[in-house]
Design a protein around this ligand. Structure first.
Ligand code: AMP
Ligand code: MG
Length: 357
């Protein structure tokens, strides 16, 4: 096996600002900004919005583009109202306050996917991390480093055997008071899948969705070529590590650099290792997942970041039909899985993770 590496990614709209240095030749070959592509095209619609604490851009092509984008915006706003932990009235806040609830269909699907991911990733993805996130001050941005004892105590609240869920009714309850769900590691991927469904049900066969740099492509570009998505270089804003050519795929990145604070010269980021309650220190700087399934891609980007390169590579070998990945390590090595090598280009050297050792 050659080993693995690198990164994070951004939709080209975001990439095109501040593009300089080594990867210039690649960046020049990226698509131009979505906003400029679409505004002069009467068979297209584009919308910028801010929801889920994220800047989003939706672009659809075709005769129903305007209607599709309108529907998608209201779908996103509905999901935001349902899932936001920052909104007292959201379904998730009510569940976290009361400890039991009959979930809506959207929240049930997300919870079911989360439970599956928890099982498949040996707990690296854990949807009960909210008490730990609160201890670090991430929800309120009043950051602090919790005491070891406090974390130890709070970790008991993340034990999934204390969550009861009935698939048939959507009924969920917590065995311990203080347990709280956090769909922050999966909700945007689910949202991008819903927006894709919304576009498709409106008859849109070509479109691109960027939720804070996490991308979902619908079909190909109107000119029949594949979408080109840049993988952000975590070390350098606006610079990229490489370009992925995609069609009908989600491309979702997790990286500690996306949300963090510093105290006493140390950096603490928002992706938590559920076995310790500490920011994951797995040797990875970022993980990008490429998959047909946006919900899975989002959950896995978080889980594989926690696992580290070696375990993540093994996980991919067991599930290579479901996704591909790009890894960027703390020692600045870039790795990509075998399945995307034909559709990845970079000015940097990378290693390929093969199916066989
Ligand atoms: P992402 O950017 O998709 O990796 O999601 C990170 C967010 O997921 C954090 O801000 C938390 O809300 C939540 N989170 C943190 N650690 C975990 C974990 N190990 N499993 C599931 N969700 C997590
Ligand atoms: Mg995620």
């Amino acid at each position: 096996m050659r080993n693995s590496i690198l990164i994070s990614l951004l939709c080209f709209t975001l990439l095109c600002t501040g593009c300089t240095t080594e990867s210039t030749s690649i960046e020049n070959s990226l698509d131009s900004s979505i906003n400029t592509i679409t505004n002069n095209n009467e068979n297209s619609a584009t919308r910028d919005l801010f929801a889920m604490d994220t800047y989003m851009n939706l672009t659809a092509y075709g005769s129903n583009a305007e209607q599709a984008v309108d529907k998608a915006v209201s779908c996103i706003n509905d999901l935001d109202k349902l899932l936001s932990t920052g909104l007292k009235t959201s379904e998730i806040s009510q569940l976290n306050d009361s400890g039991n609830m009959i979930l809506s269909s959207d929240a049930s699907i997300i919870l079911e996917n989360s439970i599956k991911l928890y099982d498949n990733t040996n707990g690296a993805f854990n949807p009960l991390m909210y008490p730990i996130m609160e201890a670090w001050g991430f929800p309120t941005k009043e950051y602090k480093v919790p005491e070891e004892d406090e974390l130890k105590q709070l970790l008991t609240l993340t034990d999934m055997s204390n969550l009861k869920y009935k698939n048939s009714t959507g009924e969920v309850s917590f065995n311990l008071s203080g347990m709280k769900v956090d769909f922050g590691g999966i909700a945007k991927g689910y949202t991008s899948s819903k927006v894709r469904d919304c576009f498709i049900s409106s008859g849109v066969t070509s479109g691109i969705i960027s939720l804070g740099g996490n991308v979902q492509a619908i079909g190909k570009k109107p000119d029949g070529s594949m979408w080109r998505v840049g993988v952000q270089n975590p070390d350098s804003e606006g610079n990229i590590l490489g370009v992925l050519k995609i069609q009908d795929k989600a491309v979702i990145t997790s990286g500690g650099y996306e949300r963090y604070f510093e105290q006493d010269g140390k950096t603490y980021h928002h992706i938590i290792d559920p076995s310790t309650g500490m920011p994951a220190d797995s040797g990875l700087t970022s993980v990008t997942i490429i998959s047909d399934n946006g919900t899975l891609a989002d959950g896995l980007s978080t889980a594989l970041f926690v696992m580290g390169l070696e375990k993540a590579s093994d996980y991919w070998r067991d599930h290579y039909e479901e996704f591909d990945a790009v890894f960027f390590t703390d020692d600045k090595k870039l790795y990509i899985t075998e399945g995307i090598q034909e559709n990845f280009s970079s000015d940097y050297t990378w290693n390929t993770i093969d199916k066989e050792y």
